[in-house]
Ligand binder design. Structure first.
Ligand code: DC
Length: 491
């Protein structure tokens, strides 16, 4: 397994981490997540959230209420009305289920034997994930679990996947139990951990898996101090890389060709006319050779998003149908659009996209491949994953809203907005590819992008709640767009 060594990581400067950072730590049982997550919370002054304790608390409640670990509906009925609190207390966390302290009760072998089963139900996970998102949406947290980087916080500031060999993990657990005075058989412990690994990684919904943008740290050979320090530095990798972005707007503008300045002038005029607002990335700085991945709801998306890109040339992947007629074709080619045939694999289009990224240019892509119903982004098609794997280019997810219900000067039907997410970098992709094949990896990258769109949408709804117009139109569009999608992609 490739892993980051302390030497690969930036010099330590805790001020680099923003106060509202979200640090996601995932990994198998016994990899040392809890210890390190607590350490990081303490070091950076963030709130520690142990999501495993939440699944354990539900398991414990199901045992005392006589609810079967197989009965998804009954588990959800138990969880939905319950209050579940994680209260920090002197380096430990007190877990309160309906106000009762269950911190000790959730650490028993009975709970341990059933918790993976309880955590495998999609409806249980859905409820837990929304609680976890509510706890961490304002930031300032270190959250540990199995699906934090991949599902709960797809836009986390830092994602760490902490792993260790089964042998090392058994050793640690064995010592822990001994210290607590519990007699435990080593073979039994090995079997239990291997079983939980299997259950957690093979379940259908959000299995334990390396998020392709996570920093993978193998702690088998590290002592506790080394593990903690390595992880602390890993939290600073993205903020350090962000510092390298060139934010000199005037220099950037001087460098773009005249015809681009003209195109951006037109796009910006259009954006002003519709009252477009931009959130995030106000100075327009992106890394060289970056993929800008935008959700797609309207024909107006390209020029409106284009209005936020006033600093550089942008190569846009656009459907081949648009290039049929020469005046349009010439215009599109003039501003570096790349025609892509959406039926089957268009090797020429992907080669052109890769060449642009390799040259350090920006690639604008609508990875859903066609317009989608308002309020329901995704699914993202495999093309994004193919480009990511071919280039390892960093990606910025961008969410557009209101390009459908636009009116001059802004609309009450739907605010016209473009929201930028943080730059995502594919630190864990090579390691992930030792576990799954390229096609599966494209699917995982696509899912991550889709979740990023949902998270950006949620942030947008926090600023301006979804309007009735958006909700109703979205419902109508779902069926209509699904039919069109089947026609476009013949699937
Ligand atoms: O980290 P832990 O051992 O306390 O986790 C207990 C169980 O909960 C583990 O078997 C997997 C599950 N879990 C999960 O499915 N998703 C999470 N985010 C956290 C834990």
């Amino acid at each position: 397994m490739t892993a980051y060594r302390p030497a690969d990581l930036p010099d330590y400067d805790p001020d680099l981490l923003p106060g509202d950072a979200v640090i996601a730590i995932d990994g198998p049982a016994g990899s040392g997540k809890s210890t390190t997550a607590r350490f990081l919370a303490d070091r950076f002054g963030l709130l520690y959230i142990d999501t495993g304790a939440m699944y354990r608390a539900l398991t414990q409640a199901s045992l005392s209420e006589g609810v079967s670990a197989d009965d998804e509906a009954a588990l959800v009925a138990l969880l939905a009305p319950a209050t579940l609190e994680l209260r920090p207390a002197k380096g430990e966390v007190t877990v309160l289920w309906n106000g009762h302290d269950v911190s000790q009760a959730i650490r028993t072998p009975e709970v341990e034997a059933l918790v993976s089963q309880v955590a495998s139900h999609p409806a249980v996970r859905q409820e837990m994930v929304s609680r976890q998102q509510a706890m961490g949406r304002q930031g300032g947290v270190v959250m540990e679990g199995r699906d934090i980087g991949s599902v709960v916080f797809p836009l986390a500031t830092a994602k760490i996947f902490l792993s260790a060999s089964l042998e090392a993990r058994v050793d640690r657990r064995f010592r822990q139990y001994k210290q607590r005075g519990r007699d435990i058989n080593r073979e039994e412990l090995t079997r239990d951990l291997a079983d939980r690994d299997r259950q957690d990684s093979q379940r259908e919904v959000s299995p334990l898996q390396i998020s392709p943008d996570a920093i993978v740290i193998d702690s088998s050979e590290l002592n506790l101090d080394q593990q903690n320090e390595t992880c602390a530095r890993a939290c600073l990798v993205n903020p350090t890389l962000d510092l390298e972005l060139d934010t000199d707007l005037h220099k950037a503008t001087r460098e773009i060709p005249m015809h681009y300045r003209f195109a951006y002038f037109v796009f910006r005029g259009l954006a002003r006319f519709f009252g477009l607002r931009q959130y995030g990335n106000e100075d327009g700085a992106l890394p060289r050779g970056c993929i800008a991945a935008v959700n797609h709801i309207s024909m107006w998306d390209p020029p409106l998003v284009g209005a936020t890109f006033h600093r550089f040339r942008v190569h846009t992947l656009a459907k081949a149908e648009l290039f049929k007629f020469w005046p349009v074709r010439s215009l599109f080619r003039w501003i570096d659009s790349i025609p892509i045939n959406r039926k089957g694999f268009d090797a020429k289009a992907f080669a052109e996209a890769k060449a642009a990224l390799d040259d350090g240019e920006t690639l604008l892509i609508f990875p859903e491949g066609t317009r989608r119903a308002i309020g329901h982004p995704g699914p993202v098609r495999n093309g994004l994953g193919i480009v990511v794997q071919a280039t390892q280019a960093p990606m910025v997810p961008i969410f557009i809203r209101g390009s459908y219900g636009k009116q001059p000067g802004g609309s009450r039907l739907s605010p016209c907005e473009v929201t930028f997410g943080p730059v995502m970098r594919w630190h864990g992709l090579d390691t992930l590819l030792t576990e799954i094949d390229a096609k599966e990896a494209s699917r995982v990258i696509g899912q991550l992008c889709e979740r990023a769109f949902y998270e950006l949408q949620a942030r947008s709804f926090e600023r301006f709640p979804q309007t009735n117009f958006e909700r109703e139109l979205g419902e109508i569009q779902i069926e209509k767009f699904a039919a069109r999608q089947r026609k476009v992609f013949r699937s």
